[in-house]
Design a protein around this ligand. Structure first.
Ligand code: GBH
Length: 478
């Protein structure tokens, strides 16, 4: 069936939270200010050859100095929530593997000021505690391969929850642990740039543990806030659903990306097929008795980040392997998946080369609603990279992005129709920003940023999104 563009209803549930999202390293800049120490992304981006055009987050959107302006922008667009992340190296800049170290009040003050600014504008803060900017000192001691990183993360989470918990509606422990573990430790395309499959699986476990410890800390120190986690779940389909080998390939990648997190977080155990699939890479001896109970914490909400679909098939080992994940030649994020092939799909794509198919969004929301009954759902990220098409009026006319948002919001409505308790949607991103390994070459913002002047200009998509939010109703794109 074709992508859904005509849902049964165009109205969103009462109280639906319309938001936008960013992440600290992608927007803040000010990397040496107010006591902040380097994160793994400072190190990585300053290593030649790691980020396109040698771009770094040194200045980024200068959000650190432009918070008032940016909150005013959100208010003018009528957005009701802002999902941002806290940079760990601003809060405990001298953390070591064995001790959290002193709390940097200036770092906390920055985020407290942002929260106050948001509250005054009627915008609910949703705080991500980890969006990939690990303090470099922790990486030097092993990073996410070392369980002490998870222990320190739990302590850091308690500090932030105590400081902001009276005003923050939602705390999100981790953003996309899949990326942090596999892109950072197996594919090496994200910081810290390691290409060690066994380390990636150790990172998976310690990120799960970090989630559990942080969820517990937030519950204790911010009892009125929602506790959530954000996962980039994949919608995986077998090229030939009648082929056992293709179906098995889809099961394998579903295990590595989805169930290796959902299993322990929601059900208290790792899926046995994932442990078996990866047994040649690691014996999972980093998992200790009691970890499962720590990881499975009651959650108020799960956030889904969704961008694109994936189709796989069994690779026979003959001919050139296709790769839709861009990692065909170098190290792969897909640990123990040498015989899985990621297909280039026909049809529309974004500037990232990612295929567009909103059905994955509704499928994954419905899956979450079945797997986590009683847990609220958010779309914590969704959006597209598109080249600037600047009109004579100086405004970016991003009709492709508006269409993408429209079709994915229609998919949210489908999921709601099917019973998924989706409570809000955060467009990625509020602003054009530092797109990780792609630097500033890819623009995801609904608001254009001129990196010379730091001028912000809402694109057509922002205007459209603003009207949708105001009416709580999906509108035609024209
Ligand atoms: C998110 O990552 C991040 O949370 C955010 O910081 C980032 O800016 C944003 O998305 C845009 O990238 O490689 O063709 O198989 C998303 C990372 C994107 C990784 C989709 C896996 C699969 C498509 N994911 N990708 S493909």
């Amino acid at each position: 069936e074709p992508p859904t563009s005509e849902p049964v209803t165009t109205r969103f549930p009462e109280g639906f939270l319309w938001g936008s999202a960013t992440a600290s390293y992608q927007v803040e800049g000010a990397v040496t200010e107010d006591g902040r120490t380097p994160s793994i992304w400072d190190t990585f981006s300053h290593t030649p050859g790691k980020v396109q055009d040698g771009d770094t987050g040194d200045v980024a959107d200068d959000h650190y100095h432009r918070v008032r302006e940016d909150v005013a922008l959100m208010r003018d667009l009528g957005l009701r929530s802002y999902r941002f992340s806290v940079a760990w190296p601003r809060i405990t800049p001298h953390v070591t593997a064995d001790a959290l170290g002193d709390v940097e009040q200036r770092g906390l003050d920055f985020y407290a000021g942002l929260v106050d600014e948001l509250m005054a504008a009627g915008i609910a803060p949703a705080v991500t505690l980890y969006h990939w900017d690990l303090p470099q000192a922790l990486e030097d001691a092993g990073g996410w391969t070392d369980r002490r990183t998870a222990e320190r993360f739990g302590e850091y989470a308690a500090v932030v929850a105590r400081a902001l918990g009276d005003r923050v509606r939602t705390f999100i422990t981790l953003n996309e642990p899949w990326c942090a573990a596999y892109l950072g430790y197996a594919a090496g395309v994200h910081a810290p740039g390691r290409t060690e499959p066994a380390s990636a699986l150790a990172a998976v476990h310690h990120l799960n543990l970090a989630h559990g410890l942080a969820a517990r800390a937030v519950r204790e120190h911010a009892p009125d806030a929602e506790v959530a986690v954000t996962l980039n779940l994949g919608w995986f389909r077998a090229e030939d659903p009648t082929s056992d080998a293709d179906v098995d390939a889809a099961r394998r990648v579903d295990g590595l990306q989805n169930r290796v997190f959902l299993g322990p977080m929601l059900h208290g155990e790792y899926p046995s097929d994932v442990l078996e699939d990866t047994c040649e890479v690691t014996d999972w001896s980093f998992v200790r008795v009691g970890d499962a109970d720590v990881i499975r914490q009651p959650l108020d909400a799960v956030g889904l980040n969704y961008y694109s679909p994936t189709v796989v098939r069994h690779w026979t080992g003959v001919g050139q392997k296709q790769s839709a994940d861009g990692h065909g030649d170098g190290a792969s994020p897909w640990v123990a998946c040498d015989d899985v092939e990621f297909l280039e799909l026909p049809g529309p794509r974004t500037e990232m080369g990612w295929s567009i198919d909103p059905r994955g969004m509704s499928e994954l929301l419905l899956r979450l609603s079945r797997e986590a009954p009683g847990v609220d759902l958010y779309v914590t990220e969704n959006g597209m990279a598109a080249p600037d098409v600047v009109g004579d009026d100086g405004v970016v006319h991003d009709a492709d992005r508006t269409a993408y948002l429209h079709d994915h919001l229609a998919a949210v409505l489908d999921a709601v129709e099917g019973g998924a308790p989706v409570k809000g949607y955060f467009v990625w991103s509020l602003l054009d920003n530092f797109e990780w390994a792609y630097g500033y070459s890819k623009r995801f913002g609904v608001v254009h940023v001129d990196y010379e002047t730091q001028a912000r200009t809402p694109k057509d998509s922002a205007r459209w999104y603003s009207r949708v939010a105001a009416g709580n109703e999906l509108l035609p794109t024209a």
